[in-house]
Ligand binder design. Structure first.
Ligand code: PLP
Length: 636
């Protein structure tokens, strides 16, 4: 556990059990005894068709733990509740979930259900997200806020306005000053009074990657002059009572409470000023930014870590709002936050399999055969003299000189090969000799490449796009010290499709030696943790690899302490082709016709049909379900 810093980033949800597997503490229903769930047992149940009740799903596999989601939401609420009570703050906390973090239907529905006692609401950033949010808000949650952010056209605004008629607490947050005219015209046309919020462009700037759009030159929000002009315009229109909320967002992963207090303090001053100007201010919405500790260091020194917990965050927000309002004698507002990352990151784990490993080492000299020395003697003059000098330096024990001549020999030989002066067997002999020298000098690169059944572009897009690191660890054999250093290479034919940076500034990951069929013949499974926010929403279809299979796992009584409450296979090749406007049914018919023309017979058509129906990822024979009936399911 210490090797992978699990206690740092994983607590209190992930730990290592006595079997050496990752165990999940999901904090399920109080009626169920708090048993840890062995992640390997979940993988076995989901993927092994031969296991009792096995579902035969293919990897990669996304395991969702709704109980963790519930625990996160309740912990966030409890942290604000505590800060409010201990500071005698005069209003409540009412959070919203920004659906952009993960729009999965079940996650949004779960959040609505778990948040019902707290009037927890939703935030939408586009028309489609607003439609999604409106469909998830039930009558029971009519007090919950529905914050409408993002760039808006007339249709978006009309939808947000009519939602108020449907008993939904929509607030249209002006992202640009120009949106005001459309809000006024649309609401007058529909005869519905809107509730309006403003997104302020704060001077406080978050310096990390995620703060790139904050500060005076930031992309979003209204400047001081624009805020003033909106308030004056609303006053002229006798609509100042509609202006009720002030919002800001200084970026995700806010590194410290000092920066947070600074931003909230500045926003609270604007809030108080709007109240002074006569707006019916009721809510301060501090946006997202509540960070999580990806590397377990608690340092707050990079985008990978934050130096505070939920309680520190809530306390800093409450105190900063209270301080500004008390000085200006303004009634304490409802505090809203749009925390996404902190809410959903922990609840899902992506499991994938290492299918093979290679080293970048050259083949050993012994594999080149007994005549390697004569091959080296056949090199062109300059290369041959490098070889002789290298040998002489080795006899004298002059190791630095050895390294210099080995380097020179290699470069000269590559040049000769490119010029067509060298045969393959000669270049292989040079590579083998140089590898031997590197090993003897202790400078050989011992890092292995583990090929994993995954697409980085689909499942960890932030790693590729913005260098975000996620904890990645084997989920079993953790009672055995890993003997190999490895990097991970995915299935895409793209050189960016590899993971060669890991938490803690490591350029390789301690891994177990991979033999035939994994480690000890039972496969070798790795997990990517803390990826529940943004990764699914951003992932693309590079090389037409689709999403993983998904299971929802809840704690339950019984021998394993869990139950799979939902299982969905990942998209098939036909599905991903359809997503790019291809027509798998037509494609299949045409390929089948071609097979018939070539008298290729049913076996060919059957293989084509099976390929359309299968997941784009590698189908591992060990976990391969019986496929005789696969053709029945094909829609191609
Ligand atoms: N609110 C707004 C306006 C955002 O742009 C974002 C994302 O960057 C969020 C909320 C969610 O932020 P986080 O995931 O840091 O909580």
């Amino acid at each position: 556990a210490a090797l992978y810093r699990i206690d740092g980033w994983g607590a209190p949800y992930f730990c290592v059990n006595a079997a050496g597997d990752i165990a999940v503490r999901s904090y399920g229903a109080a009626t169920v005894s708090h048993q840890e769930i062995d992640l390997m047992k979940v993988v076995k149940k989901a993927s092994d068709p031969k296991a009792a009740g096995g579902l035969g799903l293919r990897l990669p596999l996304l395991v969702r733990f709704p109980d963790i989601l519930k625990h996160r939401l309740e912990s966030l609420h409890a942290a604000f509740d505590f800060a409010i009570r201990s500071n005698s703050y005069g209003a409540c906390y009412q959070g919203v979930y920004p659906v952009k973090c993960n729009q999965d239907r079940y996650i949004v529905e779960d959040i609505m259900e778990f948040g019902l006692p707290f009037d927890f609401g939703l935030e939408a950033g586009s028309k489609a997200e607003l439609l999604l949010a409106m469909s998830c808000l039930t009558r029971a949650s009519r007090k919950a806020l529905l914050i409408c952010n993002g760039f808006k056209d007339e249709e978006y605004i009309a939808l947000a306005v009519v939602a108020r008629r449907m008993d939904m607490n929509t607030v249209i947050v002006l992202e640009q000053a120009e949106e005001l005219d459309t809000v006024v015209e649309t609401s007058q046309r529909l005869g519905i009074r809107p509730v309006i919020g403003l997104r302020a462009k704060l001077r406080t700037k978050h310096s990390g990657h995620f703060g790139a759009t904050s500060g005076e030159k930031g992309k979003f929000g209204l400047t001081t002059a624009q805020i003033l002009s909106v308030a004056q315009k609303l006053q002229r229109l006798q609509m100042l009572d509609c202006l009720q909320l002030l919002h800001f967002h200084i970026g995700s992963q806010i590194p410290s409470t000092a920066l947070l207090s600074d931003g909230v303090g500045e926003a609270a001053q604007i809030y108080c000023e709007l109240a002074r100007l006569g707006a019916a201010m009721r809510v301060i919405d501090v946006g997202g930014g509540l960070g999580i500790d990806y590397d377990g260091s608690r340092s707050g020194g990079s985008d990978m870590s934050v130096g505070y917990g939920l309680h520190d965050y809530a306390s800093a927000v409450v105190r900063a709002v209270m301080f500004a309002c008390d000085r200006k004698h303004v009634r304490h507002p409802i505090i809203c936050s749009e925390s996404g990352r902190a809410l959903v990151s922990h609840h899902s784990v992506l499991i994938f399999e290492a299918v093979s490993s290679t080293t970048t080492k050259a083949e050993p000299l012994s594999s080149i055969g007994p005549n390697f020395a004569s091959l080296l003697e056949e090199l062109a003059d300059d290369a041959r003299s490098d070889y002789h000098n290298l040998r002489a330096a080795a006899y004298l024990g002059e190791y630095e000189t050895c390294a210099l001549y080995a380097d020179q020999l290699k470069r000269t030989s590559i040049d000769h090969f490119k010029d067509g002066m060298l045969g393959l067997e000669h270049l292989a002999a040079v590579d083998g000799l140089c590898e031997l020298v590197a090993q003897e000098l202790g400078v050989a690169d011992p890092v292995k490449t583990y090929h994993v059944n995954l697409s980085i572009f689909t499942s960890m897009p932030d790693f590729w796009a913005i260098g975000q690191l996620f904890p990645i660890i084997p989920i079993h054999h953790l009672d055995q010290r890993p003997g190999v250093k490895g990097i991970l290479s995915d299935l895409t034919c793209d050189s960016d499709g590899k993971v060669d940076r890991f938490i803690g500034g490591q350029s390789s990951l301690p891994l177990h030696e991979l033999g035939r069929g994994g480690v000890g013949g039972g496969g070798y499974y790795l997990g990517m943790f803390l990826g529940g926010a943004y990764q699914e929403a951003l992932g693309g279809l590079h090389n037409l690899f689709g999403g993983p299979s998904v299971v929802r796992v809840s704690q339950s009584e019984g021998p394993h302490g869990f139950a799979v409450t939902l299982a969905a296979p990942g998209p098939s090749c036909a599905d991903v082709l359809r997503a790019m406007q291809h027509e798998p049914e037509v494609m299949f018919e045409s390929l089948k016709h071609r097979a018939e023309e070539c008298s290729a017979g049913d076996a060919v058509s059957c293989a084509v049909a099976r390929a359309f129906d299968s997941m784009p990822y590698l189908v591992h024979s060990r976990a391969d379900p019986v496929c005789a009936s696969d053709g029945d399911r094909t829609d191609g």
